[in-house]
Design a protein around this ligand. Sequence first.
Ligand SMILES: [Fe+2]
Length: 357
Amino acid sequence: MAPSVSEIAAQVQSATDNVEKLNLKNTKQEDGPSYPFYSPYYDVNEKFPPTEIFEYQDPGLRADPAKPHLLNSETKLHHISPFIGTEVSGVQISQLSEEGLDELALYAAERRVLIFRDQDFKDIGPEKQIAIAKRYGHIQRHPTSPNVKGYPEFHVVYRGDGHDRLRDVIPDDRINRTQWHSDISYEKQTPGTTFFFVLDQPDVGGDTLFASQVEAYKRLSPAFQQRLEGLYAVHSAVEQAEASRRRGGPVRREPVESVHPLVRRHPVTGEKALYVNQGFTRRIVGYKVEESEYLLKFLYDHIAKGADFQIRATYKPGTVVVWDNRVTVHSATGDYDTSVRRHAVRLTPQAEVPIPA
Ligand SMILES: [Fe+2]
């Protein structure tokens, strides 16, 4: 059931109190977030049980490959790169039928990233937003990031009013703030179809960079591809938890480490994709330290330098970006002044345990 107005007002007040505790000083009171309901909420005493394994069947497996319930004569598609990214206009995610939502999973897997314009998604309320995302797997409750009070499914991204989470994650002594990663890859069941919608944004900047891990894999020689297949790497949540503890933030679940194949196969498209990322991959199983560092550094450089298989997703009011975390890596761009607010929300459904290539 949707929360009542008074419940929402109480949550907003409570979230605002927490914002104050965190020193999120708005320069002007009337200049607060456009969607205060989604204000970043931290409760250091909030605790979650360990994530449980669940049965997963990708909705894309049920989808009609022609996608008649998703794309129609009104739909405008703009492909950004041959390898990754399509801007979609004339489709309202909130209005899609069950079949349309299945086709969305398939299309996101095929195009890696879909940028939906002019969506009413941010206004349909938390219950409906969660219900849509849940179709793509159990929504991860993030162990350290801000969430929404009463709705731990929301991962809140907030920068502005002197609050700079990006700086917390990427220190000032870095030359740039690019941090390629695939979300929460330390989980046993890693995320698939992922939703991100922006509530407040700078006029310029704050784009998201995406790279195709399918194309990154394809660029390698057959001999090198063969060498990578069969290797496994450790993905770790430990540093994320330690960093949160250092800042006095929450650690709602003890950090986990998972071992995933370096090359994974997508359950719907059958495509092979590299599955390493600088954010969470720490070492290659069975390799000595120097060997592991050498190989991971090569792969990270290869992905980061592949501007010919990367895109920038731009945001306009009403944009919802849907991407498949199994076949992509992405990075925020911290290229705008922190006096400008950027407020966004992610819903991160977990998919299958990665399938080795
Ligand atoms: Fe991310």
